[in-house]
Write a protein that binds this ligand. Structure first.
Ligand code: URA
Length: 195
């Protein structure tokens, strides 16, 4: 049932964005956890799977700490294509943050995806999925990371756990400890199911 609904949604996304290289959500439809990233990068587009390549390495660390396997999760992105720009320095295509327009036009798909999966927990990575799901553009990951939030999607309440995006942790070394503390906190929450 969930598989069919998801298939229908995925067909719609592909149909409505024929001009783009779409990376769909991946994983177990019966998962109790949905992990939501920002947007795919080059490796994700190549392999048509979220969080592979460098991002996949971060995911492995995340899974190790939480003692979970990738196949136990459902993983997706807020925006399902790779936003790029041309680097002035190298003249090559590089990643950029997704535009407000892209976030807005892909939001409904994400909400429908969550409504189909109906996980116990939504874990967001970085500002983009957090702002999109909390529906408040003023919220900041710097203030909400590691703090349980409640969000309502299609009349159902969900627990959302905001994490920093692992890529931010690479650029801002001071966040590393904070990020790990949040991961261990999430582990406790998932284990005890206290919230
Ligand atoms: N890869 C993804 O699929 N999403 C991100 O947010 C980053 C890398």
């Amino acid at each position: 049932m969930k598989e069919q609904e998801l298939q229908k949604l995925n067909n719609k996304i592909l149909e409505e964005h024929k001009d783009k290289e779409i990376v769909l959500g991946d994983g177990t439809v019966d998962s109790s956890i949905i992990l939501v990233g920002e947007a795919p990068g080059a490796n994700e587009v190549k392999l048509k799977k979220p969080f592979v390549g460098q991002a996949g390495k971060h995911l492995e660390e995340f899974l190790d700490i939480l003692e979970l396997q990738r196949k136990e999760l459902y993983i997706t992105n807020t925006v399902k294509f790779r936003p790029t720009r041309i680097s002035k320095k190298t003249g090559r295509k590089i990643n950029r943050a997704p535009s407000k327009k892209a976030i807005e036009s892909f939001k409904e798909y994400l909400l429908t995806e969550i409504d189909i999966i109906k996980p116990d927990f939504i874990v967001t990575l970085g500002n983009i999925p957090l702002k999109t799901l909390v529906e408040d553009s003023n919220v900041k990951i710097g203030e909400l990371h590691g703090k349980l939030q409640k969000v309502c999607i299609n009349n159902k309440e969900y627990i959302l756990f905001p994490l920093y995006h692992p890529a931010a942790v690479i650029y801002r070394k001071e966040l590393k400890e904070v990020y790990y503390n949040d991961l261990y906190k999430l582990k406790e929450v998932l284990k005890k199911k206290v919230y």
